[in-house]
Ligand binder design. Structure first.
Ligand code: SF4
Length: 352
């Protein structure tokens, strides 16, 4: 049933408190001045009131705009953390601030709940690089070889997979798979496949069949710039996302998913950090670790940026059919098995 709820504008005192809350949450740290904070506060205040009224939660990926992450999100994280958090969500309505494959994962794990994606067109170049039909054809060419799919895939591709991985657990889950199989199919990220094969001492072609999808953000970072930045900023610790090219991955100091990078920054004593990934992570890191120095070398993902406060408010007030995320029951059941396999193997490897 269509929900239409309207929340009035905040009173002057409520607006002033909301501006202070956003500033204290770290938005001042990333350069938002008073007029911008006031403009944002008018919307965040209404979104937060609406969430309570409707019993909704907002999970947000760390690549989302900082005013979403710090202003309205109930939980924040990388794909693995969000997938885990969605399992235990009690709210009946999930307004997912991320891209479509993430919102689909939330729906698969919470089939009885309403899942909304404010930016209904927010896709992902990796998820778009392979269809379920492509994967069925690949499996037919390699009969009996298990399929390990990166979480950046559609629900239909997940349904054709044996196990899902995220950048946080891909290496451990692949190592677990290689203890039981001599060969695996890895889709869809070609660079991540090459990076993982090298780390695990496996040969692409012989031990691993790799699909050639790329992330349109991470594929464009230039490995040649790393030595330039090292000369410019002596002692800088450079970290790259595992979706970057093998040349770049081998040139930096640390490689991992967004959660791994955040943990590494917290632990490291380096005088400065460069996070080679989507710009949202750097903004988020600056709000939670204002004492650390970050050198920008980031790119914006147009899909991640498509969510904005105005669209979240509209989605809560008057959701449109195209913003409702639906996954056919048979696809959801098969995809859920491959996601749960990830949780099981991740727990198994954590105990080992
Ligand atoms: S940053 Fe890359 S992998 Fe992430 S949503 Fe954007 S295109 Fe997809």
């Amino acid at each position: 049933m269509k929900t239409k709820v309207r929340i009035p504008q905040p009173k002057a005192s409520e607006l002033a408190d909301e501006v202070d809350r956003l500033a204290d949450a770290g938005l001042s740290e990333v350069g938002y001045g008073e007029p911008e904070l006031e403009r944002l506060a008018k919307v965040t205040w209404r979104i937060n009131r609406l969430k309570k009224e409707l019993g909704a939660v907002i999970p947000a990926h760390v690549y989302q705009r900082v005013e979403i992450v710090k202003g309205v999100a109930d939980f924040v994280g990388d794909s693995y953390k969000l997938a885990k958090d969605c399992v235990s969500v009690e709210a009946e309505k999930i307004v997912f601030c991320g891209v479509r494959f993430m919102a689909e994962t939330a729906k698969i794990l919470n089939p009885g709940k309403e899942v909304l994606l404010p930016a209904k067109e927010a896709g992902c170049s990796l998820a778009d690089s392979i269809t379920a039909k492509d994967l069925r054809a690949l499996k037919a060419r390699h009969p009996g070889v298990p399929v390990v799919s990166y979480i950046n895939t559609t629900a239909a591709v997940k349904a054709e997979s044996d196990v899902i991985v995220t950048s946080a657990n891909a290496k451990k889950i692949l190592a677990w798979m290689y203890q039981r199989h001599h060969k695996v199919i890895f889709v869809p990220d070609g660079y991540m496949g090459l990076n993982l094969a090298r780390e695990l001492g496996k040969e692409v072609g012989r031990d691993m069949v790799v699909w050639g999808g790329t992330c349109m953000v991470h594929e464009n970072f230039d490995a040649g710039a790393v030595s330039f930045y090292r000369r410019m900023y002596p002692g800088v610790e450079i970290m790259a996302h595992a979706e970057c090219s093998p040349a770049l991955v081998q040139a930096v100091d640390f490689v991992g998913g967004t959660g791994d990078m955040m943990r590494r920054v917290k632990e490291s004593k380096a005088p400065a950090f460069m996070l080679v990934t989507e710009c949202g992570l750097g903004d988020y890191a600056r709000t939670v670790m204002p004492e650390k120095k970050f050198i920008p070398m980031c790119r914006l993902c147009p899909h991640m940026r498509a969510n904005e406060l105005g669209r979240i408010l509209q989605c809560l007030e008057d959701p449109q059919p195209a913003q409702r995320v639906e996954v056919p029951a048979a696809v959801a059941a098969a995809a859920k098995r491959s996601i749960e396999r990830m949780f099981e193997i991740a727990e198994d490897t954590a105990k080992a």
